[in-house]
Design a binder for this molecule. Structure first.
Ligand code: AN7
Length: 371
């Protein structure tokens, strides 16, 4: 028997607002590995099970593909010929790729100088119209909503409810892989769409109704689990509106993906935190980079800085003791480390440069072998 995975819409068709004739635009996204950490728990001397849902292994290297396959599919179904988004990078990469796949136009608004090089290269390579603005993501998000009122473009930011519908499937995959929900599910929070989508997924998996589609579309819920995890959302200290309890006007962080001060899914994210009995916490840029490096060094998993906020966050809360021992924690690693090579290179030791001789190579090896 052969089996060919063809993306999350086909996989979870009965749990999504998809009709039999909907033209599916897919790059076979989803079905990402859930990788159990084998070295890190021992290193921090905690008896916990930590698993990483490595979303960096999606077709464009981030979780955004889950939402974009849905948003672009529904846009094409509705006859749209152009999509638009504001982005800190990953949404623009995904939008550009799925628009190319669908044969429609794509416009992306990005903050000048504040997006990782890999993401910029993706938006350019897939032929979208890249508009750099002298402003941040929040300015771009406001402008996208303004121009969409006068020009014929379909918004594919997470204010588009189909985005969260696609992203909710991550919860289904985690439950199926573990055979149950984890005790905790940790992830970085920027616009807060993803934490909201995770919560919709876990809620629907347990048969609970959500307001996400306003009851306008009937699809299957329940049958996957009987409980829901505790949700943990981690922000960068310089861009932490959920910790401040109000919007932040000048967000700043090395994790440019989550350099967002006016999150769109403000209400949904608070509901996810409160209903799950979870919490938000913040990490400094230094803690985020340390966690990114630690994960790469000790586990061979290379995620981007924003993604490492989930690891930095649970390390902090394990240290504080607010997460106890004997529990299972899933961390969503939202994007691949290759997205941001500048950051990776800046925090790693430099390559050696030697003459092309056997002696020179041997000298480097001898000096660096395990003691
Ligand atoms: C790697 O691409 O907002 O809380 O415009 O790229 O759902 O916003 C990216 C967000 C976490 C935060 N990790 O997710 C964009 C954008 C990575 C990200 C987030 C983003 P949300």
């Amino acid at each position: 028997m052969s089996y060919h995975y063809t993306g999350l819409i086909n996989r979870y068709r009965d749990r999504l607002p998809i009709g039999p004739d909907t033209p599916v635009i897919t790059l076979n996204e989803g079905n990402t590995p859930l990788i159990e950490l084998r070295n890190l728990p021992g290193k921090i001397r905690r008896k916990v099970r930590i698993l990483c849902k490595f979303e960096g292994l999606n077709p464009t290297g981030s979780f955004k593909d889950r939402g974009m396959t849905m948003a672009v599919t529904k846009a094409v179904e509705a006859g749209a010929r152009a999509i638009i988004c504001a982005s800190t990078g990953n949404t623009s990469a995904a939008a550009a790729a799925y628009a190319a796949r669908a044969g429609i136009s794509c416009f992306v608004l990005i903050p000048e100088g504040k997006i990782a090089l890999g993401k910029l290269s993706q938006a350019m390579m897939h032929g979208s119209t890249v508009i750099q603005i002298r402003g941040n993501f929040d300015d771009g998000m406001r402008l996208v909503q303004e121009v969409a009122q006068t020009v014929p473009v379909n918004i594919v930011n997470s204010i588009n409810p189909y985005r969260l519908q696609g992203q909710k499937t991550l919860a289904f995959e985690v439950i199926e892989a573990l055979g149950d929900v984890p005790d905790y599910h940790a992830l970085p929070v920027g616009n807060a769409g993803n934490v909201s989508a995770h919560w919709i997924g876990y809620s629907e998996a347990a048969g609970m109704k959500t307001e996400s589609m306003n009851g306008s579309f009937q699809y299957r819920t329940g049958g996957l689990s009987t409980r829901r995890p505790i949700m943990l959302g981690y922000q960068a200290s310089g861009a932490a509106p959920f910790l401040r309890g109000k919007m932040v006007d000048q967000p700043e962080t090395v994790a440019t993906a989550i350099r967002i001060g006016h999150p769109v899914s403000w209400k949904l994210a608070w509901a996810a935190k409160n209903e799950s009995g979870g919490w938000f916490n913040e990490c400094s840029d230094e803690e985020i980079l340390r966690a990114q490096k630690l994960l790469a060094d000790t586990e061979g998993i290379f995620c981007e800085p924003a993604s490492a906020a989930s690891i930095a966050g649970i390390l902090k809360d394990l240290e504080l003791g607010v997460i106890g021992e004997g529990v299972t924690i899933v961390c969503t690693l939202t994007g691949h480390g290759l997205k941001d090579p500048d950051i990776a290179i800046s925090q790693s030791s430099k390559p050696f440069l030697v003459d092309a001789t056997r002696a020179a190579i041997e000298q480097v090896i001898t000096a660096n072998l395990p003691k």
